[in-house]
Write a protein that binds this ligand. Structure first.
Ligand code: F3S
Length: 77
């Protein structure tokens, strides 16, 4: 299983992740990214299905500040 959230402390609102994985990442009012998949609310508790794993990894690899966190277990934000 895979889970993800965005560390908004380091996100610089570059806008890449939402373009790469729009089903997972969107932006708040300040342009900072957050996980919107199944209304996760950036908590990192909604399991990301396998068909989105490539997009998720591409987004993480493309983030200039390494703000996209991915793990095998749910986060607890
Ligand atoms: Fe922020 Fe990285 Fe996305 S800087 S907008 S989390 S690509």
């Amino acid at each position: 299983a895979k889970f993800t959230y965005v560390d908004k402390e380091t996100c610089i609102a570059c806008g890449a992740c939402g373009a790469t994985a729009p089903d997972i990442y969107d932006y708040d009012d300040e342009g900072l990214a957050e996980v919107i998949y199944e209304e996760d609310n950036n908590k990192g508790v909604k399991e990301i299905p396998e068909d989105l794993h490539d997009d998720m990894q591409d987004a993480a690899d493309g983030c200039p500040t390494d703000s996209i966190q991915i793990a095998d277990d749910p986060f607890n934000n």
